[in-house]
Design a protein around this ligand. Structure first.
Ligand code: PLP
Length: 398
């Protein structure tokens, strides 16, 4: 079977929710992926910010396979060591007090909304149920997370969505205050750096302003760290760079190192919000996944994060004023580039042809989310190719 055969089978039998690039990725090691022809790609996309230590990381693989030999799935009716160990590690590293485990970012966010609504219902009555999110945000694909996502294009044709979401302008505290005056609000949910929305880095003033508003009105402040978390932005979680103390932090993508996981962390204020039966997940906290996540999290220490920040600074220094870049936005190893001469899509396709995997985000942005441990030479080589592609004017082009 060759790529054409697999393409045909996939196109016939897999629901058409994705438009795939014409490549079958077959193997990977570190930051290098290989297709079915043995062609090599330097991966600056890491499965959308998931493979934080690249493909086939040895320590992660050992943690996962050792656990496979012990026990793979038990349900949440019983205790299991890796789940407890991961929850403890998350709380000790963040100061949060309790964790609910699920399997994806959307589910982690759903749990956060349940926590906020229950808190507000018990303190202020169940009509205090609205959640403010930001325009351009992305919070996931379930019907409630589509409602939370402040981008109209995700809403059409799926109405009625879950009610109770209001959208504020990013970087505009007055627009938040206007919404607060217009409805009974339970909480505010933000990404400190909007990922899918175009790698939009929120300012310290704005995020701290939201914290003040939340403190003043006893609102639940939720930070969605599904994409920004687990070292991506140069701190363990991005909120740590903003001097805030969220009530709920959600994460997913990078935490599992390549296996599905979601985590909803609850602060002191919310730690006792849930009682048995309030939420659940068959696979949540799965021992194999949790063992892998412990291996990832245990290595995201200060010295490692310092390296991430250095690589992030280097990225910014070479891309920010480069020819063909009309705008650079980023924090740590989460970067967005608006190309000056071509569409983001075209840049991604040309990079792919030249052996570099990059992503897009909204507003014509090329997004890069490299493995946090990508060797410098590989990062330099890949960024060199990206820079060449960005330089090309359309009329040069293939
Ligand atoms: C990817 C993402 C989600 C959704 O995560 P899934 O695991 O696909 O459900 C939610 N929020 C943010 C910020 C994301 O980047």
């Amino acid at each position: 079977m060759n790529m054409e055969d697999w393409k045909k089978i996939d196109n016939t039998y897999v629901a058409k929710t994705y438009s795939r690039y014409p490549v079958v990725l077959e193997k990977g090691k570190g930051s290098i992926a290989y297709d079915d022809q043995g062609r090599k790609y330097i991966d600056l996309g890491t499965g959308i910010g998931v493979n934080v230590f690249g493909y086939g990381d040895e320590q992660w693989k050992k943690a996962v396979t050792d656990q496979l030999d012990e026990i793979t799935h038990t349900s949440n009716l019983y205790y299991s060591e890796p789940c407890a160990a991961l929850a403890e590690m998350l709380c000790k590293k963040t100061g949060m007090k309790k964790v609910f485990f699920s399997n994806s970012g959307a589910e982690a966010n759903e749990c956060a909304i349940k926590a906020a609504r229950k808190y507000a219902a018990m303190k202020k009555g169940s009509d205090t149920c609205n959640i403010i999110t930001l325009k351009n945000s992305f919070h996931g694909r379930t019907l409630t997370m589509l409602a939370a996502t402040g981008q109209d294009m995700f809403h059409q044709l799926y109405t009625p969505l879950t009610p109770g979401f209001l959208y504020a302008e990013p970087e505009d505290l007055d627009s938040v205050r206007r919404l607060l005056a217009s409805a009974k609000v339970a909480g505010i949910m933000i990404e400190c750096v909007q990922g899918e929305g175009g790698v939009n880095v929120m300012s310290r003033e704005f995020v701290q302003g939201l914290q003040e508003i939340a403190d003043h009105d006893d609102l639940v402040l939720i930070v969605d760290e599904v994409q920004t978390g687990n070292g991506r932005t140069g701190s363990l979680y991005s909120y740590m760079q903003y001097g805030i103390h969220p009530d709920v932090v959600t994460t997913a993508k990078g935490l599992g190192g390549g296996l599905p996981i979601g985590a909803t962390m609850l602060s002191e204020k919310l730690k006792d919000i849930f009682a048995p039966g309030d939420n659940g997940s068959t696979f949540g906290g799965n021992p194999v996944v949790a063992a892998g996540a412990c291996s990832i999290l245990s290595r995201l220490d200060d010295a490692f994060l310092e390296e991430v920040r250095k690589k992030g600074e280097w990225l910014k220094s070479v891309l920010e004023h480069a020819e063909g870049v009309s705008c650079y936005r980023g924090l740590g190893l989460m970067a967005g580039i608006e190309p000056a001469h071509a569409s983001a899509d075209e840049v991604v396709r040309k990079c792919l042809e030249r052996g570099v995997l990059v992503l897009t985000a909204h507003h014509n942005t090329v997004r890069i989310l490299p493995a946090l441990n990508i060797p410098e030479e590989e990062l330099k080589e890949a960024v060199g190719i990206l820079l060449e592609v960005l330089k090309e004017k359309e009329e040069d082009g293939e």
